[in-house]
Design a protein around this ligand. Sequence first.
Ligand code: UDX
Length: 435
Amino acid sequence: MKITIIGTGYVGLTTGTCFAEVGHEVCCVDNNAEKVKMLLDGQIPIYEPGLEELVVKNVNAKRLQFTTSTEEGVKHGEVVFIAVPTPPQADGSVDLSFIEKVAREIAESMTPEMGYRCIVDKSTVPVKTGEKVGETIRRYAPAGVEFGIASNPEFLREGCAVDDLLNPDRIVFGTNDDRAGELMQKVYAPFVAPVLVTDIESAELIKHAANSFLALKISYINAVAKICEKSGGDIEKVAEGIGMDERIGRSFLNAGLGYGGSCFPKDVKAFIAISESLGYPFQLLKEVENINASQMTHFLDKIREKLWVLQDKKIAVWGLAFKQNTDDVRESVAIRLIKQMVEEGAQVTAYDPEAIGTAKTMGELDGVIEFADNMYDCLDDAEALVIATEWPQFANVDIAELKKRMRSHLIFDGRNLLDPETVKAQGVEYYSIGR
Ligand code: UDX
């Protein structure tokens, strides 16, 4: 089947590549000519395990092509996915200008001769965006074109996006048009997963409601972690006990510095703004945000309490990415934490297996902190180690080596990666979250 994806950002590129991998003929459109050239040369602008190999493989098999021309893309695909950024605005609402622009470009590229087109919104958008996209296309397209609208939220996680796309736990799409529905069934026919078909509005809401619920789970366990600290309980045991109830489940109950990344903070904010615009003030989600913001400040209080003053203290930080297995530092709690410690005069050396490059290009830390080439060099002479990202290799730290390298043996584990008893038994002072 011929499919077009407009926007080769994180979602567009991984989705397009995986559609090609299951046998579709995919045309990816991006208005950035340099990026298109890079992709045609098999170079991937993001770090995502397994993606580069799949891009090269499918380009060589001629199932995956890249172009800067929307016209060419719309001509190619019976189904045209919109996967462009929907960034947050200052008030938390979503900036839909890219979506609107692409909808207009698609409309202007359509002709009655090319036949029916199913236009699908893949970007995370506020409820009712599908309706607006439909109106825009109707307004700008030549008379006589035939099209339908669908909404198809993605649920991929950075770091395991390829696997999430090839082996999804569910596929959701919404449409009010039978032909669009049939085409969407064909798009997903090669995938083995339950398919939920809804109206457009429900599909749009599912994305924001799902991400907000996951964020709520994280804030809930972080709030319970505070009660554990005050009462002497152990949050890891509490999470295990809660999670054994299959109605709740153990995942996303990891207490820590809170959620970051390009999705949760933005989507929770957007869902609050959407609800407010519809006349419902979503107080529960406001508290989710408050708890999340307090995680870092509470952790910093612990560091300050033990180190007394941060001025001139040499602090090693493991982790810059917003979570493990990614080089993404957007809305990373690790970065916010580092900036605050630097502001208070600390001398920070940081290490991350993948995100040093992206952290440097952000500009805010370059020249302000040191970056180490490996996790042990990072510790040289440090008075404390702060673990800020849940990379699995940090959990396997060689404590003897750590003790050799550090000036004083003190660990603040913001992701509960280490076992307190084991670490303390080796003579290291250790503080974590909720235990
Ligand atoms: C998320 C959703 O999981 C995905 O379905 C959606 O499509 C996009 O948003 P992603 O942003 O890649 O994916 O990251 P995710 O793995 O969900 O983690 C988000 C944040 O929550 C990270 O900062 C992580 O450190 C934090 N987290 C996650 C916790 O603090 N505790 C947990 O138990 C789980």
